[in-house]
Design a protein around this ligand. Structure first.
Ligand SMILES: *[C@@H]1O[C@H](CO)[C@@H](O)[C@H](O)[C@H]1NC(C)=O
Length: 455
């Protein structure tokens, strides 16, 4: 048997083991992130000239890729971060009695793209990377280094680069001009809205200047949308986690696209980091600039609030939203057909030490597997300690967990949602759907918990 077949079998066996597990399983853990350099000499010179300072990197997002890699973003918050976008292979993941592994990260797509030499032709400071079902990885490069310094300067243009995951070649690039961004803009999160593989819209959240950037990838046009729901709430401006405090008046950091295959009813759920409501807008509105800019009443917010802030959220295949509560160190689920109130926001895992600050969430959804509701990948970090320059190098500061969302929601009110229907015929470049799909139970109705704005 060749090594690659063996690896494939091992990773398949591994996935089955994860699906059988009824708990959130910790599979990766690092005290500090470290990279696989080209050679021993290259590593030594990187350390010597401070291109690599161990302990300076903070991971913010993870994305599961169908070729058994996991992408990890490390924005250049500080100096000494050798790569801003990296991957690890699923075969490097720990399982069983060896416990979580701490593999070296590989720069994506290579070192050249990640050199950060301020020539601005590669990736400067990546804040999000999202795969689509057409074999592409969409990478959001904020272009901003030294991010938390209010007197920082934008080093390179903010851009989105698409890579073909089969070849890892860059296939598209969209650069945002001054009319799209403002002086302090930092684009922090990305949602990829696939109508067909040729017709894709991107939504990027400007968490510092409070806007949403829409990019029509077919035409290359982008437009900026502003709305009062993109602002932070001062009453939620202090994060408290594991006895640590941090004031962070950030706008929208959470973007979660509903897994509704009908693009006319698909909704983007979003919220500000300094906030506890959940909001949504139909993506059909965002895709039309004149509608998005003239109809603020099409943006809805929940009457109810969660008990804490939450950096990010994600839907599984059923349309159950998974997110975290910073102040209680909990991973929770919520069925958007119910009111967004604490009684309906169900803790499914809780540990103030290991689930401190969950910024990275990825759901591995295979579009043609009916019973597969999605494997949830969760990244928890010591983000607050890092921002306060108080990260303890002797402790585990980065953890990645996996779990089947069916098992996570078992026995909770999140269990009763059904998967969305299969892909519509206009999806091209993917195999035809198999089997029987349940009818749509979501979206809506959204009556009691949501309000129109204005009107
Ligand atoms: C946007 O919506 C308006 C109003 O419904 C419509 O007239 C217009 O054709 C739409 N634009 C595009 C590009 O679809």
């Amino acid at each position: 048997m060749t090594t690659s077949v063996l690896l494939l079998l091992l990773s398949f066996w591994y996935l089955l083991a994860v699906i059988d597990s009824h708990v959130l399983k910790e599979i990766l853990a690092w005290k500090a992130l470290d990279w696989k350099f080209k050679s021993k000499e290259d590593r030594e010179s990187a350390i010597e000239n401070e291109r690599f300072v161990k302990g300076n990197a903070m991971a913010t997002q993870i994305e599961y890729l169908h070729d058994h890699r996991i992408a990890i973003t490390t924005p250049r918050f500080k100096e000494g971060i050798p790569a801003t976008l990296s991957t690890i292979r699923e075969s490097q993941i720990g399982c069983g009695k060896d416990g979580p592994q701490s593999p070296l990260l590989r720069p994506y797509p290579n070192w050249k793209w990640n050199n950060g030499d301020m020539a601005c032709d590669g990736l400067t400071s990546v804040t999000a990377a999202k795969a689509d079902m057409c074999g592409r990885l969409w990478v959001l490069d904020s272009g901003v280094v030294d991010m938390m310094n209010p007197y920082r300067t934008t080093v390179c243009s903010t851009k989105i680069v698409a890579f073909d995951l089969a070849s890892d070649d860059a296939i598209r690039e969209y650069t945002f001009g001054d009319y799209i961004l403002k002086s302090n803009s930092i684009l922090i999160n990305l949602a990829v809205d696939v109508i067909t593989c040729e017709q894709v819209y991107l939504y990027s959240a400007d968490a510092i200047e409070f806007g949403l950037i829409v990019t029509d990838t077919a035409s290359g046009d982008s437009w900026r949308i502003e709305h009062k729901l993109f602002f932070p709430y001062p009453s939620w401006g202090t994060l408290v986690s594991n006895r640590q405090h941090l004031d962070l008046m950030m706008g929208v950091t959470s973007l979660a696209l509903q897994p509704d295959y009908n693009p006319d009813s698909r909704k983007l759920f979003f919220h500000s980091l300094a906030g506890a409501k959940e909001n949504f807008v139909a993506t059909r509105i965002l895709r039309n600039y004149s509608l998005a800019s003239s109809m603020p009443q099409e943006f809805y917010f929940s009457n109810g609030e969660a008990t804490s802030q939450c950096p990010n959220a994600i839907f599984d295949r059923r349309g159950i939203l998974f997110f975290s509560l910073v102040s209680s160190g909990a991973l929770v689920c919520w069925n958007p057909a119910t009111e967004h109130v604490p009684e309906n926001i169900i803790p499914i895992a809780q540990n103030p030490e290991t689930l401190k600050f969950i910024t990275g969430l990825s759901v591995d959804i295979h579009p043609f597997e009916v019973d597969h509701l999605g494997i949830l990948w969760t990244l928890s970090t010591s983000f607050i300690e890092y921002m306060r320059d108080a990260m303890n190098p002797d402790m585990v500061n980065f953890r990645i967990f996996v779990a089947n969302t069916r098992d996570l929601s078992h026995g909770t009110p999140c269990e009763y949602a059904q998967p969305y229907g299969g892909p519509p015929p206009q999806y091209s470049g993917v195999p035809p759907p198999m089997g029987h799909y349940s009818p749509h139970l979501l979206p809506g109705p959204y009556p009691p918990s949501y309000q129109h704005l204005g009107g």
